[in-house]
Design a protein around this ligand. Sequence first.
Ligand code: FAD
Length: 412
Amino acid sequence: MRVAIVGNGVAGVTTARLLAERDGSAEITIYTQERYLYYARPRLVDVVGGRAAPEEIRVYPAEWYAERRIRHVLGTCVTAIDPTEHRLTLSDGAQAPYDRLVLANGASAWVPPIPGMGLPGVRTLRSMDDAVSLRDAAAPGSRALVLGGGLLGLEVAAALEGRGVQVTVVEVFDRLLPRQLDVEGAAVLQQHIERSGAKIITGQSCTGIEGEGHAERCLLKSGQALALDLLVVSAGARSNLSLAQSAGIACGRGVTVDARLHTSAADVLAVGDVAEFEGRVWGIVPAALAQARVAAAQLAGDESVRYVDIVPSTTLKVTGVDVTSIGEAIPEAPGAVEVRSVRPAEGLYTKLVVRDGRVVGAIMVGSRARLRAVNMLISQGTDVSAYQHVLLDEGFDLLGLAQQRVPVPGRE
Ligand SMILES: Cc1cc2nc3c(=O)[nH]c(=O)nc-3n(C[C@H](O)[C@H](O)[C@H](O)COP(=O)(O)OP(=O)(O)OC[C@H]3O[C@@H](n4cnc5c(N)ncnc54)[C@H](O)[C@@H]3O)c2cc1C
């Protein structure tokens, strides 16, 4: 069986690895438009910050692929799919037949349509080439503006700060990490970041970028103009859909897949940031890994394996502060109870979201001490209703409850 995989990110390479383990006879070829062997995309910020060289974030050496008989075609874009003929067209004009195809071609940074965004000096961070060029442009003492106070924006800001760049972050929402944190959690985080010297502007949008031949100023809705040497747009990512769309494969925000990770085209699967399952594209590594596991099983003939959507979990360290957001951290519907512990002077904020007596989400800023317990409570669906109002009290044994050492009324 010839299996072609488009994309050598975590989704494509994990699918290849697990398929090779399950079926040694599969002829696996990975095509990627990048010039690099698979690297840890989240570690691109280390390259920007000068903490790692490009080769240091590579995950496997070339021999690793050879040992598994995985063919790796670098610097080659798949430009078209013919799902009827089971054939790919490559950027060098060659045609490549396949029996099964896995779309693992990921996502691209999204740049909002704002006047001036096409000027030289406007950058995004998605690929190794982006990271190297951003690193080289970040001169100590220069002024950088990061548009977007989400996860990636804050990590880039911290990396640039580490290189001696003066950083300002502009976030259109009224708080940082709007997808992961509530108002109180974001305020604690913002205090931490501002102490490190970065400037944060929330509740403001960029209306235009100006400059003579390159980006020099960012205009805000308030009328303020911020002078800059470097602009990094971190406004989210969008699935790379054109390849699937032009082959007539059904797409929403991502390539639509079912629980077997099959697309609307026969023998074509999709995994990772390019795939949309039940209306969602998570855009994070845990979802890519979980989907790759299912796709590999399906390709190896184990058709009973199904993808079950993940509980999203985010943990990052911004300028030394731990920030974790799990599951339904910001209640999505009425009926949830929020249990909080707020200690701003110590930079600590914890919140649990309880629905129908079970923890379904959490925010933790400043400490990971309760992380293990909370993860267990969520994954086990432990009934916490008897302790709901004391869960975060000093001295309450949350881990004991998760490990069933604290009695739960009504449980045998
Ligand atoms: C800087 C940064 C930090 C991040 N940090 C985190 C984090 O801390 N935690 C987390 O969970 N997630 C993080 N993410 C998101 C995470 O990296 C993605 O969810 C993950 O990389 C998705 O993997 P993927 O294999 O689906 O796609 P990608 O990693 O995007 O890989 C797709 C590959 O396909 C190639 N490709 C695209 N089109 C074609 C084509 N037509 N032909 C050939 N090749 C093609 C691309 O060049 C790319 O190499 C971060 C992302 C970035 C950019």
